[in-house]
Write a protein that binds this ligand. Sequence first.
Ligand SMILES: Cc1ncc(COP(=O)(O)O)c(C=O)c1O
Length: 368
Amino acid sequence: MSGPAPKPGILDIPFYAPGKSAAAGVADVSKLSANENALGCSPLAKQAYIEAADALSLYPDMNASAMRAAVADAYALDPGRLIFGAGSDEIFTLACQTFLSSGDNAVQPAFGFAAWAIAVQAAGGVMKNAPERNYHVDVDALLAAVDDKTRIVFVANPANPTGSEIPYTDIERLHAALRDDILLVIDGAYSEFAGGDDYRKEFDLACSAPNVLVTKTFSKIFGLAALRIGWGYGAADVINAMERVRPPFNTTRAGQAAAIAALKDRAFILRSIDYVRTARADLAAFLKTFGLKTIPSAANFVTALFDPAAPLTASEAEAMLSRRGVLVRLLKNYGIPEGLRITVGAPADLERFCAVFAEIMGDHRARR
Ligand SMILES: Cc1ncc(COP(=O)(O)O)c(C=O)c1O
């Protein structure tokens, strides 16, 4: 008996590998592996979530009307051109389901976010990787990878797992060189941590262009990763098509309520941004004291680069940290075996990371 056969290509899709959340034999871990918010979430959002428990028997508003109005107001956007998903992950899936047919391809920078390729392959497409330059997006390489079967180009600004930023002039140049029938997805999951206001310009581009989709999430700056709320903003025709594919009740009532409350807590947002910018610089400076290079980060993590020829590799460091309950992300499956990505976590977790890391590096030097 052979059972139902998955569609061609489905079994070639690699499983998504999440950041580690447990270490064998260690009860109390410091999780610096999934770029979650170091400060948790707004107390207003938590309260709204708790209050939503009174209506668990009711379906959510399938159009997310109140959340739509709140997001449109907070970001000065047209509410009719927003689409919501179970995390921005679902927005990528919807874009691929809507615009990719079997045999089409999408293009991403070589170190693109892993969920994009899953969405592409699940829709029957092929993901093409364009080389990066020194861990930064290379617009010319992306354009060189585009061919007549390309339907989507993905970039993240700032990028995960490198943390590097794409200057808006590069986004503009990329967009200007793409055919109008290619959707440019600009994933802004970490944009608040970057500092500038380029993300505003990306929204402006999505307002005027027929083929730009900017995606955002409540998982990072708002600290609501558990509730899975993400959204996209694009041309009316793009959103209209994607809405036909969206499962009707894909964002929960509690998630919508918490997201609306989170948008109102400006103080929490500013605290999160301030904390990340300061602690990110401190973390990079700490890593440099051990002779490690770091990729300049505009996100809520720092990626350290180990010299592959050095006695301690990134993979060994990750394993040693993990055995001591400090969980960071080895970037081997992203094609960066020399990279360790460390979330700018809560102060106590970062202190623990620094203490354990210093111990590991000290031990290692002593043994040489
Ligand atoms: C670049 C990037 N985009 C999107 C996401 C996914 O966000 P969400 O939780 O909204 O699905 C992540 C999560 O780590 C990410 O790193």
